[in-house]
Write a protein that binds this ligand. Structure first.
Ligand SMILES: [Fe+2]
Ligand SMILES: [Fe+2]
Length: 407
C-alpha cells in the first residue's frame, strides 16, 4: 500500500486539440467551464462520480469470501482504482465548479449503495453484490458500461474532463479483465465437474451449474443495459450538439460529426410485438452507445463458449434479448423473455425464476463461497488462472494477511 498514489492522473495535454463534433466542431477545446454548459457538465461529472464509490460499497463484503489470494488482490486493485476515479471526479468538481461543485462533492459522500433514504443515482449501483460470481458479472458487464460512458466523456470539449476520463479508461481495462477471466474460470470449473460427474447439476459437487451462471449473466446484463438510459433522449442529443459528450470512437466515425438530419432504426414494443421505426440519429445517441456495448459484450460470451466447446460440451451461454428485464426505455413496463418474446404478466411470473437468479439460487451460490487464503490454492467452484498478475506466479503472496493482522 505504501506504493499507492492518490492523485489526479490526466492523459497528456495536446495544446492544439480541437473539438471533434457538435456545433463547436473545429473550435479549440475548453480549459474552463463555459457558463451556458455549467449545469449540464456538473451533472455528467456527478453521475459518473457517483458510480465509482458505489461499486466499492457493493463489493466491500467480498473480502470475507475470496476464492484465493490472487482474487483478493484483484478485488483490492479494482476497489482502490474506483476510489481513485471518485477522487478524480471530485477534483473536477472542486477545481472548476466553485461552491456548488464542492457541495455536490459533499453529497457524493452522503449517498450510499442500496440506502433507502440516500441511494446511489443509478439503479445497477444499488443492487447487492451477493457473491463472487456476481462480482465477476459486475466487472464484466457493469464496468464495461463504465468503459463506454468514459469513452463518450473522453471526447468532451471540456478538456480537463476528457483527459481525466482517458486515464480512467486505462484502469477500467483491468476491471474487465477480472470479469472476463473470472467468469471464464467459473465456467471452466463447472465444465470439469459436469464431465467428471455426468450431470448438469453440479451444486452437490461444489460447482455452479451453467443455468445458474446464465441467470446471473441475464441479471447483470439487463441492469447494465438500463445504465444507458432511454433509447431516445433529447438530453443526449443536446449534450452531443453542445460538445459535452461525444460518441464511442467519435473520430473514427465516417460522417459529418454533427448528425443533423441523420436517421436510424430503433426497436420498440407495440400491441404485444417488437417493431422497428426510424428515428432521428441525434435523438438516439444513447442507443448508438448501447449498440456498441452489446457488440462488445458478445466477445466475452464467445470466449466462455469456447471454454465449453473445448471441454466437449454442447451447452452454451448467450446474451438475453435487449428487452429482457428492463426498467428503463422502450421495454420498461413490458415483459420480454431472453429469447425476445413479449409476454403477459402471468407468463412472465410463471417463468421468471428460470431466467433470473431466485433467492434459492443465490443461497446455493453463497453456500459455496468459502474463503481460500492459502497461497496458490483456490476454492472448489473456480479454476485457477493460467498466469499470475504482473508476471508473478499464481501462488505469489499477493496479499500479506499476517502483516495486515488478518491471519
Ligand atoms: Fe471506475
Ligand atoms: Fe471499474
Amino acid at each position: 500500500m505504501e506504493e499507492y498514489r492518490w492523485g489526479i492522473f490526466l492523459a497528456e495535454a495536446d495544446p492544439d486539440k480541437l473539438i471533434n463534433f457538435g456545433k463547436h466542431k473545429g473550435g479549440k477545446v475548453w480549459h474552463e467551464v463555459p457558463g451556458e454548459h455549467r449545469a449540464d457538465l456538473m451533472r455528467l461529472i456527478v453521475v459518473q462520480g457517483d458510480t465509482e464509490p458505489a461499486s466499492v460499497e457493493q463489493q466491500r463484503i467480498l473480502g470475507n469470501t475470496a476464492p484465493s489470494i490472487y482474487d483478493l488482490r484483484n478485488l483490492f486493485q479494482v476497489n482502490v482504482e474506483e476510489g481513485r476515479h471518485l477522487w478524480a471526479m471530485v477534483y473536477l468538481l472542486h477545481a472548476y465548479f466553485g461552491r456548488e461543485g464542492r457541495e455536490e462533492a459533499e453529497q457524493l459522500l452522503k449517498r450510499n449503495s442500496g440506502d433507502l433514504d440516500a441511494p446511489r443515482i443509478l439503479g445497477a449501483f444499488n443492487e447487492a453484490t451477493t457473491d463472487w460470481l456476481q462480482f465477476f458479472m459486475f466487472t464484466y458487464f457493469t464496468d464495461r458500461d463504465g468503459k463506454y460512458q468514459l469513452g463518450t466523456l473522453k471526447e468532451s470539449a471540456f478538456d480537463p474532463l476528457a483527459r481525466t476520463c482517458e486515464f480512467m479508461l486505462k484502469e477500467e481495462a483491468h476491471h474487465m479483465f477480472v470479469g472476463t477471466t473470472g467468469v471464464q474460470r467459473v465456467v471452466e470449473r463447472t465444465a470439469e465437474l459436469m464431465k467428471e460427474h455426468g450431470t448438469t447439476d453440479v451444486f452437490p459437487h461444489g460447482g455452479i451449474p451453467l443455468d445458474v451462471i446464465q441467470k446471473y449473466l441475464n441479471f447483470q446484463y439487463s441492469v447494465s443495459m438500463d445504465l444507458f438510459g432511454s433509447e431516445q433522449s433529447t438530453n443526449a442529443g443536446n449534450y452531443y450538439s453542445s460538445g459535452l459528450k461525444g460518441r464511442w470512437q467519435e473520430t473514427r466515425r465516417k460522417d459529418d460529426h454533427v448528425l443533423l438530419g441523420g436517421v436510424r432504426t430503433m426497436r420498440y414494443v407495440e400491441d404485444g410485438e417488437i417493431k422497428e421505426k426510424e428515428v432521428p440519429l441525434l435523438s438516439a445517441l444513447n442507443l448508438d452507445l448501447r449498440d456498441e456495448y452489446v457488440a462488445d459484450c458478445a466477445n466475452g460470451v464467445r470466449r466462455w463458449n469456447q471454454a465449453l466447446e473445448d471441454a466437449g460440451l454442447d451447452e452454451r451461454l448467450f446474451l438475453p434479448h435487449e428487452g429482457f428485464n428492463r426498467r428503463v426505455g422502450v421495454y420498461a413496463n413490458h415483459h420480454v423473455s431472453p429469447a425476445g418474446e413479449v409476454l403477459d404478466d402471468a407468463d412472465w411470473d410463471a417463468r421468471v425464476d428460470d431466467w433470473l437468479p431466485s433467492a434459492k439460487d443465490r443461497k446455493a451460490v453463497a453456500d459455496l463461497m468459502v474463503p481460500e487464503y492459502e497461497y496458490g490454492k483456490f476454492a472448489g467452484w473456480i479454476a485457477p488462472p493460467k498466469t499470475g498478475i504482473n508476471d508473478q506466479p499464481v501462488e505469489f503472496d499477493y496479499v500479506h494477511l499476517a502483516e495486515e493482522g488478518l491471519a
